[in-house]
Design a protein around this ligand. Structure first.
Ligand SMILES: [Zn+2]
Length: 169
């Protein structure tokens, strides 16, 4: 408890929705202890994070850069003692999403993304709150498949020991 009184609560917002999180950033940018790591695949709601902050925005153009960027940004923040991770688990980067989708971001890529995020949180003992976000049904993504994508987040959140062991190897 004393620790919490001596420093502000540290919150990491990890925004993995396809679109940039400029609205969220405008709300939290002046709150001490809040960092936003934003990995988007399109420039809608683009913003420039304060260079004096640890917040970042990556706009990914090639699917092969997606998971390495998620890993890189999480690793860059690993020395920061966050109290809470709030993950915007958007499904609209998926290649079949009617809005936002980036070719090459497959279901397997999204599944690995969720394992990376929750594995990181467990290794660093950071509690996670997440939102089921993004994901637009259309000709290539019906509602049942979209629900299956959202289930990947819930699965990763609810699979403690296996992911933890993976991360520690
Ligand atoms: Zn979106």
């Amino acid at each position: 408890m004393a620790l919490h009184r001596e420093r502000p609560t540290r919150i990491l917002i990890l925004d993995l929705d396809a679109h940039c999180g400029g609205g969220t950033y405008s709300l939290v940018r002046d709150i001490p202890g809040v960092v936003q790591a934003d990995i988007s695949v399109c420039r809608t709601d683009f913003y420039q994070p304060d260079p004096d902050s640890r917040s970042t925005l990556d706009v990914i153009a090639r699917a092969e850069d997606y998971l390495p960027t998620v890993s890189k940004q999480l690793d860059a923040l690993a020395d920061d003692p966050f109290d809470l991770l709030i993950c915007n688990a958007g499904m609209d980067p998926h290649e079949d999403s009617a809005i936002g989708g980036l070719a090459g971001i497959t279901t397997a890529v999204i599944a690995e993304r969720e394992r990376l995020v929750f594995g990181w949180a467990r290794r660093h003992r950071v509690g996670v709150a997440f939102t089921l976000a993004g994901g637009y049904t259309g000709a290539r993504l019906d509602q049942a498949r979209l629900v299956d994508l959202h289930r990947l987040t819930i699965q990763a959140a609810a699979t403690p020991s296996a992911n933890l062991a993976d991360g520690l190897r």
